[in-house]
Design a protein around this ligand. Structure first.
Ligand SMILES: N[C@@H](CCC(=O)N[C@@H](CS)C(=O)NCC(=O)O)C(=O)O
Length: 231
């Protein structure tokens, strides 16, 4: 089987983790194009209209943007739309929106919410991404006060909860929506599960992940999806 397409991505981007999880779940072959974060705006195949990652270029060279629409597209083309199909479309749409709204916002506070968290994260990011020689060092040291000072602190303050509590609440709320089943999608994961899984998994390369792994019910769900992936 040939390659399903190219995923233009940043290793640490939570939205890219969503699409990667789906591709692994479907066991599709694809090429990872890791962009240089400093040059993304010029080099992405979707630029100048869309300057964010992920960008999906399918085997026919059509360009798709925005992680949730990309997931729906891949499921439709390679899996007869089975992961997006639902008996209750209202519930599905409502929770997909919930996942994209709340989980995406919660990744920054846990990774950059305190001074030490921010430093740990930016150092790790600078190692994982393909920066140039100078910008790698610049990012590790100059990036962290920016992420900490401006973005994360205002979010943590606004929410009032610790980043750990926020994640525990999100996992409790999400798993409570399963109506007693193992996954949101019932006895097997669907696209909503895989989107949520992608956000959680984007935190897994960092030491802060341990704050999430002690949510027992959430981890049972997470591990069940992870073990179904063909990595
Ligand atoms: N709604 C988009 C968000 C993508 C996004 O914000 N990606 C970040 C990286 S994590 C990015 O490329 N930001 C660059 C920018 O906003 O200029 C999606 O789900 O794909």
């Amino acid at each position: 089987m040939g390659s399903a397409g190219e995923l233009h991505m940043l290793y640490t981007c939570p939205f890219c983790w969503k699409v990667r999880g789906l591709l692994e779940h479907l066991d599709l072959e694809y090429e990872k194009v890791q962009v240089n974060p400093m040059k993304a705006k010029k080099t992405l195949p979707s630029a100048p209209e869309w300057k964010k990652v992920p960008v999906w270029v399918d085997s026919e060279k059509n360009v798709h943007v925005d992680s949730t629409p990309i997931m729906k597209e891949i499921d439709a083309v390679h899996n007869e739309g089975k992961l997006w199909a639902s008996k209750n479309e209202e519930r599905r749409d409502e929770w997909m929106e919930w996942v994209d709204l709340h989980m995406s916002k919660a990744t920054i506070p846990i990774l950059y919410g305190s001074l030490f968290s921010a430093l740990k994260t930016t150092t790790r990011v600078s190692k994982l991404e393909k920066f140039g020689f100078i910008s790698k060092r610049l990012y590790a040291w100059a990036g962290f006060p920016i992420m900490w000072g401006i973005i994360a602190r205002s979010r943590v303050k606004k929410d009032g909860r610790s980043p750990k509590q926020l994640w525990h609440d999100l996992l409790s709320q999400f798993t409570a929506s399963f109506n007693g089943e193992q996954f949101f999608g019932g006895d097997s994961p669907d696209l909503v599960d895989l989107a949520a899984f992608g956000y959680v998994r984007s935190i897994s390369p960092y030491p802060q992940f341990s704050q999430i792994t002690d949510h027992e019910v959430g981890m049972k769900w997470y591990n069940a999806i992870e073990s179904s992936l063909k990595v």
